[in-house]
Ligand binder design. Sequence first.
Ligand code: IVH
Length: 676
Amino acid sequence: MAQAPEKTIRRAKKLRAALEQHSHRYYVLDDPTVSDSAYDEMFRELVGLEGQYPELQSGSSPTQRVGAPPADKFESVRHARAMLSLDNVTSAEEFLEFDERVRRQAGESALVQYMAEPKLDGIAVEIVFENGELIVASTRGDGVNGENITANVKTIRSVALRLRESDARWPVPTRLDVRGEVIFGRRDFEELNRQRELNGEPLFANPRNAAAGSLRQLDSRITATRPLDVYFHGLGLVEGVSFDSLVELFEAFRSWGLRTNPLNRFCPDATDVVGYFGEITEGRDALPFEADGVVAKVNSFAVQRQVGEVSRSPRWAVAFKFKAQQGTTRVRDIVPSVGRTGVVTPIAELEPVAVGGVTISNASLHNMDEVERKDIRIGDVVLIERAGDVIPYVVKSIPEERTGDEREFVMPQQCPVCGSPVKREEGAAAFRCIGMQCPAQLRESLRHFASKHAVDIDGLGEKLVAQLVERGLVRDVADIYALTEEQVAGLDRMAAKSARNLIAAIEASKGTTLARLINGLGVPQVGEHVATLLAEEFGSVEALLGATEETLIGVREIGPQTAREIVAFFGAEQNRDVIGRLQAAGIRPTLASRRRDDGPLNGKTFVLTGALSVPRDQVARQISAAGGKVTTSVSKKTDYLVAGSDAGSKLEKAQRLEIAILDEAGLEALIEGGGQ
Ligand code: IVH
């Protein structure tokens, strides 16, 4: 093969540096400066050059993030320093006792201060950097030996493949073993499971299992399609650099491009840790990731050394765990529920029980395999848990409580809604109703289409959809646009005014965004996030209809399986017909991409805080649709803080930094007034 010309070598180097820089801004700083499509163009150019001249390839090239061909097994890796585990405390008293012990062991003159961090519910990893290059990444394993998951970790966008040097105080060390937690964000997790449910694949029980399952893929190309994330929180072996404290270490981490959790907090004494624990506990349901407590670590490394460790855990750190949000209740019944792709899911109807302040009366049992594995029967007493969010989860049944009257759930052979056969596909966990015109499927797909995440037709909720389907007024999503005011006014409990409003909302939805329309169509494997990527990449329905598997695989984050599903969906005659009728009805989706550069809020950064009158993600969408950007923490780069009632520390910080503060009306005025 020909050698790469000098010019090409220089070009590849330049592309690599630019891609690293943009990736860092996007995934670590949450502050991108180029559009996704500009990024993708550079990426593809580099892939092309590296393909043409393999000598240009390197392990730390951004192109490595797409994953490597499957391995047979994971090799074992020995950690240069053992990865320890943590002791637990579960109350403020116990934590204060821990602090007493630390101070006793540290000696009178020692200053005992803490770094407090959310205890992330993910998978611990260690990454070895030599002279700034990512060499190997491994799981914790038994603490001494872990599994080599380098190819998988490299696919995580927020993992630096090469350390940056951006602060003269922190030159890149010769050797740096960093430790962190790989996590699956809550929203991403829900989206993943939603897609898996649609595809009849077994669901992950919680974000931690999803992170573990994604990291332990022998085929890293699959890992590459999962939106994993990382926060770094500790060290193993280091050479060529030293730190006095965790505060310093985290500063150095950030200067090298290693992400740290913005919620970490330096606590001058133990009572501050208790206060921090209270704050995190209170806000735990709203955290973007799942946490099971707080980790408190002595800040000074000298004091850490003085205090030392016992057996497998350090004496200078402790996990301060949340109280489990669990409860027991009885399963009144297990009922099959038909989703929009015909998957029949067993749902446990529970005697209502309050868990962590939320009343739970039903929980998905996901699929038959789960019901059988956990041996959950009608009438059983079960342990349920609210996994962080409000989604309840049946942990197990309690067989000791059985009276003998319990009954096993049997998957019906006929769809409970349309009577068509229910079949289990070869090798799949899910049972599906195969009825092409099953009203349950139709209802679910209409509801999804009209939902806030899709084309957002205000007023078209569950009850109305059910009536429209029952009366045969709507047979697919395109029929919605043929509805007349008279037809709608003829439905139960529909006043003339609501009928008018509904027709107006349907009309308004014709100007939805392309991403929302794509999401609304219900393409298997395509949720909100992938729909946004597709909209940005293809720009129109027509372009998407013409996309091939090959072009789709070239889109960032889209894997071969998703590509196949997309092509099959848009190739099906029935779907093409629906899309044609949507277009004929006047649907003209706009291209309001996440970063519009001609919107009234273009280039402005917003932070939202306090209780707003509508959900935050709705306000965030409004801001992005107008070209603005929403970030989570207040900094000098923030242009506006939008504060609702009960705003707390963010408001104080914004005031201190003299950042403009808006209420909701102020935001609206800003958008309407063209950003002036
Ligand atoms: S520091 C000596 N910080 O918890 C161990 N660990 O039970 C120091 N974890 O294996 C660990 N979030 O996987 C630390 N902010 C955090 C953490 C954290 C989660 C996990 C980690 C570790 C386990 C220890």
